[in-house]
Design a protein around this ligand. Structure first.
Ligand code: KG4
Ligand code: ZN
Length: 341
């Protein structure tokens, strides 16, 4: 079964074809970063309009690359939520219409389920059950995963998501948008000994996170350093390093707790922040120490993409799940509400 996947939940247009045993046949991502950069963040209306411009030519090119025609696609999966309502509507209307025109089933996919299942696209895929740490721009969640659609939420952020904290801290350090990768690159030059930022909510039991205080901590450290006349470039890099270490350490402490609590030896990381090198290195070291293993998507599939939507859609469509002739989007959508496969 060949499934076309369409991702338009935020500022990336992603399309892909996934074919079960044939694997990922082709995928392409167009990032709108340049479009939103001047505004310092995503402008929803501009995002929707750009998805409208890009989707049809991208799908056409995808089919050409895979050497396939319309009749060779057996199902269409599109992101139905969570995300920006206008952006979701573009992908949903386009995907649903294509499926209708082609006479094949369509299905709205949960964006975070896409992220969560992305590591299963890799050669050494994790087996169920496992614990997943989802760290993206909009979500930070620890989930116990018994199978596709069988999710138990163990903990989540009560305020900013990890990626959001990276982006906001990068912005106040003047690193532009989206700041996560830029902040991580700057942290490489930082001195890990100069500052120590707090590890929020680690001194009490539980698996929830809170990252919003870290950006305030970074801002105060920056202001005090500037007032004291400290060299700004080194100050910035040292703050970036202290911030990154605090986020990584906090995520690690909670992952360790989640693994202890569930008795699992497999940890899956997904979402944009799982591309972070220091986080991956720290998680690998922890899992080696515990005699377990960590799995991640390849870096290009950590951030938003169509491949993860094609794959999650394929898992559900091949099990017979699909929707009627209408469609719905869910800008807010708890993953635990999904049907098991
Ligand atoms: O999963 P994603 O592409 O979009 C959402 O679903 O939100 O995640 C994007 C987030 C952004 O906040 C971005 O700054 C962050 O992932 N990110 C990183 C890195 N690469 C992307 N954060 C830290 N280090 C990175 N290397
Ligand atoms: Zn995402």
């Amino acid at each position: 079964m060949r499934v076309l996947g369409i991702e338009t939940s935020c500022d990336e247009t992603g399309v892909a074809l996934y074919a079960g045993d044939g694997g990922l046949l082709a995928h392409a991502v167009y990032s709108q970063i340049a479009l939103h950069a001047d505004y310092g963040g995503v402008v929803p209306e501009l995002a929707s309009r750009d998805h409208v411009r890009k989707l049809a030519p991208m799908v056409r090119q995808l089919l050409d690359e895979a050497g396939l025609g319309a009749g060779d696609v057996h199902g269409v999966a599109y992101t139905a939520g969570p995300g920006l309502a206008g952006a979701l509507l573009v992908g949903a209307a386009f995907g649903r219409s294509l499926a209708w025109g082609w006479g094949v089933p369509a299905l709205g996919v949960h964006h975070m389920e896409g992220h969560l299942l992305a590591p299963l696209l890799e050669d050494e895929a994790p087996g169920f059950p496992f614990v997943a740490l989802l760290v993206s721009g909009g979500h930070t969640q620890l989930v116990e995963v018994a199978g596709v659609g069988r999710y138990r939420l163990l903990g989540e952020s009560i305020d900013d998501a990890a990626g959001e904290a990276f982006d906001k801290t990068a912005k106040l350090l003047g690193l532009g948008y989206p700041g996560g990768p830029a902040l991580a690159a700057l942290a490489e030059q930082g001195d890990p000994e100069r500052f120590r930022f707090p590890r929020p909510m680690t001194d009490r039991p539980g698996l929830d996170f809170s990252f919003s205080g870290l950006k305030t901590y970074a801002l105060t450290t920056w202001q005090q350093g500037c007032e004291a006349g400290q060299a700004p470039e080194a100050l910035k890099a040292d703050i970036a390093r202290a911030f990154e270490d605090a986020v990584v350490d906090t995520l690690l402490i909670k992952c360790r707790r989640a693994l202890d609590q569930t008795g699992s030896r497999t940890l899956v990381l997904a979402g944009g922040v799982s591309a972070n090198r220091r986080l991956r290195a720290a998680v690998d070291a922890m899992m080696a120490e515990r005699g377990g293993r960590a799995h991640y998507p390849r870096p290009e599939l950590c951030t938003d993409n169509g491949a993860m939507i094609a794959y999650a859609g394929w898992q559900r469509l091949r099990a017979g799940q699909h929707e009627g002739p209408g469609f719905e989007i869910h800008p807010r959508w708890p993953m635990t509400a999904l049907a098991p496969v």
